[in-house]
Every structure is written in C-alpha cells, then in structure tokens.
Write a protein that binds this ligand. Structure first.
Ligand code: NAD
Length: 454
C-alpha cells in the first residue's frame, strides 16, 4: 500500500487545488476524463485480474460489467459535457422585466465517494466520472473487502492524477469514519442501508448533502403470458451473475401459480446450460466475497425448501445457484436483501395480491415484470414504487445512460448515470440579471395608497 496522508491533510490539499479554479474549466475536466479512459484501457488486464483475485469474477463479466461499462459512461460524458455545462437560459416573469435569467451549474468543491465491494471498480469510477465532469476534486474510499482492486485503483489514481485533484484513501470502516469527521461538499455512498444511515448521520453534522445508493429486496413478477424460456434465461443470468451479489439482482420471484411448474423447469435448464452440471467447476461462476457473507447466506438455506442447488463449500466460499420453492414471508430468506445466489420463489393467483405483497414492504431499488400485456405493465407502473423498473428483462436498465439510476425510500436517496451524475455533483445556481433602468417605485415603502394597484 502507498503511504497514505491523513484525511485532514488530503482534504486541505484538495481545497487549495479547488480554490485555484482549475476544475472550473470544462476543457480541464474533459482532459481528465480522457486520461481516465486511457488509463482504464491501458490497464484493462490488470483490472480484470484484480477483480478475479478479489471475487473470482470471470474475465468476461469483469470486462463487460466493470471495464466497458465504465468506458461507455466516460464516452457518453465526454460527448455531452460541453452542452451540460452551458448556462441554461430561462424565462423571466413580466413583473421582473427587463431582465434575463439563467441557471449556472457550478462544482460543489471537494467530494467523498465511498464504494462497495460487489462491482468495486465501476461503482467507484461511475460516480467519479460525474464528480470530474461537474468540476469537483474527489477522494475515493474503496471497500476493504476487495484489497486487490482497492490497491490497483489507488496506484492508478496516484500515478496519473494530482493528489490535490483526485486521491484514494484505502481502508475499512475506521478509515471511513475518520473521513466522515471532515467536512465535504458532497458524499456519494454506495452500500448497505444500515451503513447508509451512519453516513447520513455523519454528513448531517456538517450539513453535507448525500447521495445514498443502497439496496433492498427487488421483486420479480412473472405473469402467465410471459415467454417462459426467455424469462428463465434472463432471470438466471441476472440472479446468478457475480454469484447473486448485485444490488439490482432480482431478490425473489413472484410467479403466477399457473406457470410455476413450467418456470421452475426452465430455470433449472438455464442454470445447467450456463454453469454445467457442477457450477463449482464452472469458470463463469463467482464466489462469495467473505467468510461473514458466506455464513450469513448459509443460514438462509432451508433444506426443506431447496428444489435446486443448495451445495456449499466453505473453503472456496462457494454456494451453488440455488432455488427455494414454497417460500413465505415468514421465512428467514425473506427478511432482508439476500445478496447471494439464492432464489426464493413465491406464488400469487391474482395480480392485486402480488402488488399488495410488494407495497407492504420497503420500496425496492428495482422491480422486474415479465409480461407483454400493456395494461398489466401500466398497472404495475402506477400501483408500485421502486427506484427503477425493467420490463421483460433484469439488471440491464442500468446500462441506459439516459435513465437515472437510484433508489427511493429505503433503497436510496438521489440518482446518477449520464447527465444525472453531472447534476448530482453540481450546484444549480440561479442568476437573475436586472436592468438598472427603469426603476418602478411601486414596491418601495411607504405603501400607503398602493394596495389597490396590486
Ligand atoms: P457496506 O455498506 O457494508 O460497505 C460499503 C462501504 O462502506 C465500504 O467502503 C465500507 O468500508 C464502508 N463502511 C462499512 N461500514 C461502515 C461504517 N460503520 N462507517 C462508515 N463506513 C462504513 O456495503 P457492501 O457490503 O460493500 O455492499 C453491499 C450493499 O451495497 C448491498 O446492500 C447492496 O445492495 C448495496 N449496493 C448498492 C448499489 C447501488 O447502486 N444502489 C450497488 C452496489 C451495492
């Protein structure tokens, strides 16, 4: 590990850098984004290797969901940044004429980005792209559970950027708490709901605004008209990629009872097609991040309800892609976000019942619906609330740069991706520019006799 400066020292250094005004120049920001893209491209193999060392993440997944995803986000930002950063003219009410009005996006200052371990590279880089685009200095705090990725990101940033502009502080929750004692101009946190509350409390001390990208139990509804084979493949992919450790993985299935048998059969076929007879041997199947998470997940496995998978190997922190049937809300697996390769299956006989089950629980980060029926789609959109919705697929909504990515209620505060990242890290300053002449006297005291003129 590089010798780290104390958080206070780094923040002072960044404040001085920010006050020079360099980051206010859009050309400077574009140059930094090009540099970030170039260093990701140059170090693609090392990044994929670090992700493999930390999570046994298959190279194909590392390249697709972490490296190319980050590069695509940088490209989109570079393409639109000049436009986003332009002052936006707005109309002025008649009573204020003659005047002009505009909204200027200005950087916030020094921001803190705290990352999780599950997509440890892109979940640091994507917020960072927004922070740079908006003209901020940034400190990144990667998760301590992915030491290879954390060290690589720290080295790459230290070697390629002025520490007054960008710095990485490595370490666990103690380091995070040291950082949180300092005053930042924005804190962008991705992680669990419990830690999100700690972050928000610490931020409140300094009145620092926060973006909280949290998790939750994302439901997946399957209606009888769904194309069962395609639905099963898409659910299998989105649930078991990264061994189920994805914030927007379908947490549980709510399947119409008429098609439960068919869906179950197709899910089993898909799992076998993707990962073979023994997924433990598959090069395409990741591992559970830590001993704690492995133990936590093992306790959710109820042998009486497992209808597929269920095998575990503590030495490898391996849990097979597992389906549990006949699950109810009283089961342990339905208490909290699963965040692992266990797929509980619940049934419903009328859609109203399924909606009621979702609506009595905290608002999820994502909601999935498999049906081509337009009125069912509209009904779900109107009658449920979630960070986002994806119809007839899962997880892939996060790739659309034009869609905000974020939660609602317990699943998060704020959103990012594309222009939404730029806005998250900007202050929209309102500017009214009035002419000095004419100066109507109506508004000035004394008011006597002026009331009837209003
Ligand atoms: P986590 O909350 O345990 O840790 C996230 C970060 O917070 C890490 O950098 C960690 O060092 C730090 N941290 C942990 N405890 C802390 C404390 N007491 N004080 C200050 N900082 C602390 O989350 P995780 O286990 O890394 O990630 C899993 C969670 O993140 C899941 O709930 C998942 O849904 C969520 N997540 C959300 C998104 C999203 O985009 N909404 C993406 C990925 C993960």
């Amino acid at each position: 590990m590089l010798t780290q400066a104390a958080p206070t020292e780094i923040i002072h250094q960044q404040r001085r850098f920010f006050q020079q005004g360099t980051t206010k120049n859009v050309e400077f920001r574009l140059k930094q984004l090009h540099q970030l893209k170039a260093l990701i491209q140059k170090n693609q193999d090392a990044i994929a290797q670090a992700l493999k060392d930390d999570l046994k993440k298959p190279a194909f997944e590392a390249i697709g969901s972490e490296i190319l995803f980050s590069i695509g986000n940088i490209d989109h930002t570079i393409q639109h940044l000049r436009n986003w950063a332009k002052p936006q003219k707005v109309s002025v009410p008649l009573t204020q004429l003659p005047a002009s009005a505009q909204i200027i996006s200005e950087p916030l200052g020094v921001v803190l980005i705290i990352g999780p371990w599950n997509y440890p590279f892109q979940l640091l880089i994507l917020p960072l792209v927004g922070a740079i685009a908006a003209g901020n200095c940034a400190i990144l705090k990667p998760s301590e559970l992915v030491p290879h990725t954390s060290k690589l990101v720290a080295d790459l940033i230290a070697k390629n950027f002025d520490p007054g502009f960008l710095s990485v502080v490595e370490g666990g929750k103690e380091i995070a708490q040291d950082l949180l004692k300092e005053k930042f101009d924005h804190i962008f946190f991705t992680g669990g709901t419990q830690v999100g509350k700690i972050i928000m409390q610490a931020a409140a001390e300094h009145l620092t605004p926060v973006t909280l990208e949290l998790g939750g139990k994302s439901p997946c509804i399957i209606e009888p008209d769904a194309d069962i084979a395609t639905t099963a493949r898409r659910i299998t992919w989105s649930k078991f990629i990264n061994s189920g450790q994805s914030c927007i993985a379908p947490d549980y299935l709510l399947v119409h009872q008429k098609i439960k048998g068919l869906l179950l059969a197709e899910l089993k076929i898909s799992i076998q097609e993707f990962y073979g007879e023994n997924p433990e041997k598959s090069p395409d199947y990741a591992r559970i991040i830590s001993e704690n998470h492995f133990q936590r997940l093992c306790q959710l496995l109820n042998p009486d309800k497992i209808v597929f998978g269920g095998k575990t190997n503590a030495d490898e922190r391996y849990i097979a892609p597992t389906i549990m049937d006949g699950v109810s809300w009283e089961d342990k697996v339905m208490e909290d976000e699963i965040f692992g390769p266990i797929l509980p299956l619940l049934t419903y006989s009328d859609l109203g019942g399924a909606i009621a089950q979702i609506n009595t629980r905290p608002k999820p980060l994502a909601l999935y619906l498999f049906t081509d029926n337009k009125s069912t789609q509209q009904r779900i959109l109107k009658e449920t609330s979630s960070g986002g919705v994806c119809i007839n697929d899962a997880m892939v909504q996060c790739v659309c740069e034009e869609l905000p990515f974020g939660g609602v209620g317990n699943s998060g505060i704020g959103a990012y991706h594309g222009k939404f990242s730029f806005d998250t890290f900007s202050h929209r300053k309102s500017v009214l520019n009035r002419w000095s002449w004419p100066d109507f006297k109506l508004r000035y005291p004394p008011y006597q006799g002026k009331g009837e003129m209003l």
